[in-house]
Design a protein around this ligand. Structure first.
Ligand code: HEC
Length: 135
């Protein structure tokens, strides 16, 4: 086997690996496992009317830039991300427990930031979750 052939094959295989991982990364997201403790976490503010619109205010401040004003995932920052943000208006999103949404919102993963130190009040966190479910 000539050296040139080996080099060309190596470049070809390298490109294939690069391409397929890029495609996979953009199309299939690993399921986001939520620990049982959070899955079943009770929302103590589920029936709070949020007269001061705290949920909406927090959403516009921290989430809209990626998730979009209506939660469809079309915020101005979404394009630059490696992973799709999901669509909060879909039934599959609303079917999740409040605790699961709390877990994902507070701890994040990859492109989804953690809000553990940015949104610290329990009540604020749950009013934000309530708002996500109304989008
Ligand atoms: C920098 C962009 C960015 C910001 C800002 C952001 N998110 Fe996300 N969010 C993402 C991405 C990307 C995902 C998908 C993550 C994944 O699946 O790995 C995501 C996923 C989620 C999910 C899970 C969606 C699902 O379908 O299960 C929730 C819930 C969520 N975000 C809530 C929020 C909330 C609430 C805020 C504001 C406090 C926020 N996000 C701010 C990028 C962002």
């Amino acid at each position: 086997m000539s050296k040139l052939f080996v080099i060309i094959s190596a470049i070809f295989v390298g490109n294939l690996v690069f391409l397929s991982t890029t495609i996979l990364k953009n199309s299939v997201q690993d399921p986001w496992e939520v620990p049982a403790k959070y899955q079943k976490l009770e929302n103590p503010f589920a029936s709070d009317a949020d007269a001061e619109n705290i949920g909406k205010t927090l959403y516009n401040k921290h989430c809209k830039s990626c998730h979009g004003s209506e939660g469809k995932g079309d915020g101005p920052k979404a394009e630059g991300l490696d992973t799709p943000t999901g669509d909060f208006t879909e039934a599959s999103f609303k079917e999740q427990t409040d605790g699961a949404l709390y877990y994902k919102t507070i701890f994040g993963r990859d492109d989804m930031p953690s809000f553990e130190t940015k949104i610290t009040e329990e009540k604020d966190r749950w009013l934000l979750i309530n708002y996500l479910k109304r989008l």
